[in-house]
Design a protein around this ligand. Structure first.
Ligand code: GBH
Length: 507
C-alpha cells in the first residue's frame, strides 16, 4: 500500500469512527425529554377550597424545626394559580412531557372516597387539558409523599390499612382523570421515602424507627402499588389504554477495589433491588441476599423472626410484573467496599457493605449530590442486566445550582449525564424511552426548604407573584431538543439564546 492510500484509509477510518461516535449522541425517534415537579413542592394553595390537611402541611406547620429554613409549602411556586404560565414556558423550551403529582387531600379532603372535591379534580383536569392542548404529555404521579395527615396518627405506612386506603384513592383518580391520562406512576421513590419518613426523620412524618420501620413501610407501599396496578389493569386499561408503573431511586455503585464486584452487586440489591426485585425480577420477592443477611442479624438479636417482613406467595405473585416500565430517578453514585464479618457478629449496616463518596467527585450545592455522570450509564446497565432490559423511563435527573440564572454547573451536569445515558442506549442497548429533568421550577426541597435550587427556571420566593426567570440551561435544552442530538455548549451562544428566550416569553 502506498503512503497516500494508507493516509486515505486512515482518515476514512477516523472519519467513520467519529461519525459512529457522534451517532451515539442522537436521541432516537420518539424519545421524550421533559421536566418534573411534585404537588407539595410547587402547588401552594395548601387550604384552597375544601382541601384537607396533608402530612406535609402538618409537618411544616407543627414540626418546622426539621426544615432547615423553617419554611413551608403554603404558597411554594403557586402553580395552583400559575400553571398556564408554566405550560407556556415548557412549550417554549420544546419539552415533550411534564411529570407532576396529585395531592391526595386536594382530591379527597377526608382521605377517603366518601367526599370527592370537585374543585380539586377541576384543577388537575384544567392542568392536564392545558398541557395536552400545548402538545405536552402529562405524566401523572399518584403519590409523591403527601398523604392525609390523620393517616399519620394511624402509623402512616407502617400500618397495613394504608394499602387499601391508597388503592381506593387510586381508583378515584383513574376513574376521574384516567380518560385524559396515558402515563401513570403510582408512587415516587418508595425505598428512599421509607428510609427517611419511617426509618429516619428527615421526611414527614419522621417516625425514626430505624431499619425495622423502613422495612415495614416499604412492605406496605409495594402492596399498595400492586393493588393500584391491578385496579388499573382490571377496571380501566381496556378503555383508557395507558401505561402504569412505579419509580425507583437507584444509584450506581463503584467498588473501591476492582475485584470486589460482590460489594457492588450487594449494594445494588440493598438500594435498588429492595423495591425493584419484587416487581421486576423473574421470581419476585426481596433479593435473596437481603432476606438472608437481615434474617441473620435478627437471629443475632435473639428475635424469633426476621425484621424484614415476608411476602406470602399470594403477594409475591401480585407484586411481580406489576409495572409497564421501569421508572428511574437517578442523581448520584457511591463507592462501596465489603466489610469483613467475624463469626457471631452482625452484618455491617445489614448489608455487610460500606457505602461512601469518592472525595475526588465534584461537589454540587446539594451535599448528598456529587457529580458522577458515568454513574447514570452504570445504573442503566445494572438495571438492564438485573431485570432483562425493561423499557426505562428516567423520571428525575438533575442538580441544584448557585443563586442567579447563570447555571453553568447545571448545563455541564445535564450534558455529562445525558451523554452517559446516550452511550448506554446507543452503544450498549439499554432501552431508555424517556428523560426527565428535575425540576422545571425552583421549589420547596423538603427538609432543605427553599435553600436548594433545582429549577431550570428561577423562582423569586420573596415576591408575591413568584416571578419566574429562565436560567441559561433552558436555552441549551431548547437547542438540543430542536436538533434531536446532544451538543456541547459555549457561553456566547447561550447568552444569545437566553435573550431570545426572554423576548419570546416576554419575561
Ligand atoms: C428526589 O429524590 C425527590 O423525588 C424530589 O422530590 C426532590 O425534590 C429531589 O430529589 C431533589 O432533592 O444516601 O447520601 O445519597 C432524591 C433522591 C435519594 C436524595 C437518597 C437523598 C439520600 C442521601 N434521594 N438521598 S444519600
Amino acid at each position: 500500500m502506498d503512503i497516500l492510500t494508507f493516509l486515505g484509509l486512515l482518515s476514512s477510518l477516523i472519519g467513520s469512527g467519529a461519525s459512529v461516535q457522534s451517532d451515539y449522541l442522537k436521541f432516537p425517534q420518539g424519545f421524550s425529554i421533559g421536566t418534573a415537579s411534585s404537588s407539595y413542592q410547587v402547588e401552594g394553595a395548601w387550604n384552597a377550597s375544601d382541601k384537607g390537611v396533608s402530612v406535609w402541611d402538618w409537618f411544616t406547620h407543627e414540626k418546622n424545626e426539621f426544615i432547615i429554613d423553617g419554611s413551608n409549602g403554603d404558597v411554594a411556586c403557586d402553580t395552583y394559580h400559575k400553571y398556564k404560565e408554566d405550560v407556556q414556558i415548557m412549550k417554549n423550551i420544546g419539552l415533550k412531557h411534564y411529570r407532576f403529582s396529585l395531592s391526595w387531600t386536594r382530591i379527597l379532603p377526608n382521605g377517603f372516597p366518601n367526599k370527592i372535591s370537585q374543585d380539586g379534580l377541576q384543577y388537575y383536569k384544567d392542568l392536564i387539558d392545558e398541557l395536552r392542548s400545548n402538545g405536552i404529555e402529562p405524566f401523572v404521579t399518584i403519590y409523591h409523599w403527601d398523604h392525609p395527615e390523620f393517616m399519620n396518627r394511624f402509623g402512616s405506612w407502617t400500618n397495613a390499612l394504608m394499602v387499601k386506603w391508597f388503592a381506593e384513592y387510586a381508583r378515584v383518580v383513574f376513574r376521574e382523570l384516567g380518560p385524559r391520562v396515558k402515563f401513570w406512576t403510582t408512587i415516587n421513590e418508595p425505598n428512599n421515602y421509607c428510609e427517611q419518613s419511617s426509618g429516619g426523620k428527615s421526611q414527614a412524618p419522621g417516625m425514626d424507627l430505624a431499619f425495622s420501620g423502613s422495612y415495614l413501610c416499604l412492605h406496605n407501599l409495594l402492596k399498595a402499588h400492586a393493588r393500584a396496578y391491578h385496579i388499573y389493569n382490571e377496571e380501566f386499561r381496556a378503555t383508557q389504554n395507558g401505561k402504569i408503573g412505579i419509580v425507583m431511586p437507584c444509584r450506581h455503585n463503584f467498588p473501591k477495589y476492582e475485584n470486589d464486584t460482590e460489594a457492588a452487586r450487594i449494594a445494588f440489591e440493598f438500594d435498588c433491588g429492595w423495591a425493584a426485585n419484587p416487581i421486576f425480577s423473574k421470581n419476585g420477592d426481596y433479593p435473596a441476599v437481603m432476606k438472608q443477611r437481615i434474617k441473620e442479624n435478627s437471629q443475632l438479636e435473639g428475635l424469633p423472626f426476621s425484621r424484614l417482613p415476608e411476602f406470602s406467595p399470594y403477594w409475591i405473585n401480585l407484586i411481580r410484573g406489576s409495572s409497564d416500565y421501569f421508572g428511574l430517578n437517578h442523581y448520584t453514585s457511591k463507592m462501596v467496599e465489603s466489610v469483613p464479618r467475624k463469626r457471631g457478629t452482625p452484618w455491617y449496616q445489614e448489608s455487610g457493605v460500606r457505602v461512601f463518596v469518592n472525595e475526588s467527585w465534584p461537589e454540587s450545592p446539594t451535599n448528598w449530590l456529587r457529580v458522577v455522570p458515568e454513574g447514570l450509564g452504570g445504573v442503566l446497565r445494572d438495571v438492564k442486566e438485573a431485570y432483562g432490559n425493561p423499557p426505562v423511563y428516567i423520571l428525575e435527573n438533575g442538580v441544584s445550582s448557585y443563586p442567579g440564572v447563570a447555571d453553568y454547573n447545571r448545563i455541564e451536569f445535564l450534558y455529562g449525564y445525558m451523554k452517559s445515558m446516550l452511550l448506554a442506549m446507543n452503544r450498549d442497548g439499554c432501552n431508555v424511552k424517556v428523560y426527565t429533568v428535575w425540576s422545571l421550577l425552583d421549589n420547596f426541597e423538603w427538609d432543605r426548604g427553599y435553600t436548594e435550587r433545582f429549577g431550570l427556571i428561577e423562582v423569586d420566593f420573596t415576591h408575591p407573584n413568584r416571578t419566574r426567570t429562565p436560567r441559561l440551561s433552558t436555552g441549551w435544552l431548547k437547542k438540543i431538543i430542536a436538533k434531536g442530538r446532544l451538543i456541547a455548549f459555549n457561553n456566547t451562544e447561550l447568552s444569545v439564546n437566553y435573550r431570545a428566550f426572554n423576548m419570546c416569553t416576554g419575561n
